[in-house]
Design a protein around this ligand. Structure first.
Ligand SMILES: [Zn+2]
Length: 372
């Protein structure tokens, strides 16, 4: 079922209060908290907090996450939407950092929250994985044994140390329980990502259409591609969806840069979403999907060899089954393999780092199985 507005679905979810607990510490001028309950946060204010999601080796060095909370009027704490905006759970995915920062900057500069006219609450986490940022890397580093990496976006909602979780599991569990209140602080969510390092691509969404509200959320983004997708266990998006909270993963172009065009599109989406949720007063947006390609399937192009790849396709280009898309060379420059598309569809992402390993994907093409 397609909802005319997400406000309808969001009003249905329950609300369980906890408590915002301050540790008494102040970091860079902002208070450190152990737990967030948005009902305790000052109304008509954009607040900033830190939370320590885990302590690393080195005598217990904390991974502090910055938390924005834009809380609207007192009345809106229960009647308004409770929106979560998360960025950079993968540490090389940096467009999302700018997206979350800019949303709160624009909210602040507009004065809407301070005016008493803001209807609801927005929680923003611009940098969900400082360990990944420190290591210039997608994953979270554990120093146990001789050290290894965790993909945090495969282990949500995690487990506390008391329940048997390890450092990475308890880290994500702190976000899940102590920032998002096990869902009580949030009833609609967007997790911003980018492609992995080495590839380029457009603005596109993963959306699990089986949950009411998700399709509308994805369409409000007006992305270049909507991948209608059953989700993946352990991701932030799917953990929300499994909790009946409409959520999408919005992929904002390539890793490790700030692409201002795509950042602006993601910020514009967020303000359209707030209008749609009646958090702001712009009215129900008309979405324009004339440039949005909807697809149900991926077809990746894999290299059989380690070597050097030259690609002939670009994101959003339409390709035909059997079309030549790239060539793999050895270190002499001799041809190892000529790559072709297995399907007719639209190019989603293309590898631009020429150094490739055997078995790795060098392009993803999306297509709609029901149309081919
Ligand atoms: Zn990611």
């Amino acid at each position: 079922m397609k909802l005319d507005t997400l406000a309808v679905s969001c009003a249905l979810f329950g609300f369980v209060a906890a408590e915002t607990r301050l540790t008494g510490d102040i970091l860079q001028g902002y208070p450190v908290i152990e737990n967030l309950d948005i009902t305790d946060v000052p109304a008509n204010t954009i607040s900033r907090y830190w939370i320590s999601a885990a302590q690393a080796q080195g005598g217990g060095v904390s991974y502090f996450l910055p938390i924005f909370v834009a809380r609207g009027s007192n009345d809106s704490i229960e009647s308004g939407a409770r929106l979560s905006l998360g960025g950079s759970i993968h540490g090389d995915e940096l467009n999302p950092v700018a997206v979350v920062q800019r949303v709160f900057r624009e909210l602040n500069e507009s004065g809407i929250v301070q005016s008493g006219d803001f209807n609801g609450t927005v929680i923003g986490l611009p940098t969900q994985n400082p360990s990944g940022n420190v290591n210039n890397q997608r994953n979270f580093f554990s120093s146990s044994s001789n050290g290894f990496f965790y993909d945090l976006n495969r282990i949500f909602p995690g487990e506390s140390i008391a329940d048997g979780g390890d450092i990475a599991s308890s880290y994500v569990n702190t976000i899940w329980n102590n920032v998002w209140g096990n869902g009580s602080n949030v009833n609609i969510a967007v997790d911003f990502h980018t492609l992995s390092t080495g590839s380029i691509g457009p603005l596109w969404a993963y959306a699990d259409y089986r949950l009411n509200g998700v399709q509308r959320l994805a369409e409000l983004a007006q992305p270049d591609i909507i991948k209608i997708d059953p989700g993946q266990e352990g991701t932030i998006e799917t953990t929300w969806v499994d909790s009946d909270v409409p959520a999408i993963t919005l992929e904002v172009g390539p890793a490790n840069n700030w692409n201002q065009t795509l950042i602006s599109r993601a910020v514009d989406f967020t303000f359209r979403l707030m209008d749609d949720l009646r958090m702001t007063s712009g009215g129900t947006p008309q979405v324009d999907l004339s440039n949005t390609y909807r697809a149900t399937n991926f077809s990746d192009v894999y290299s059989s060899y380690s070597g050097w790849v030259e690609m002939y396709i670009s994101p959003l280009e339409d390709v035909e089954e059997g079309q030549s898309v790239g060539t793999v060379y050895n270190s002499w420059g001799d041809v190892l393999e000529r790559l072709v598309s297995a399907v007719t569809g639209r190019v989603l992402q293309v590898q631009v780092d020429p150094a490739i390993e055997q078995g790795s994907s060098v392009a993803s093409i999306v297509y709609n199985e029901t149309m081919s």
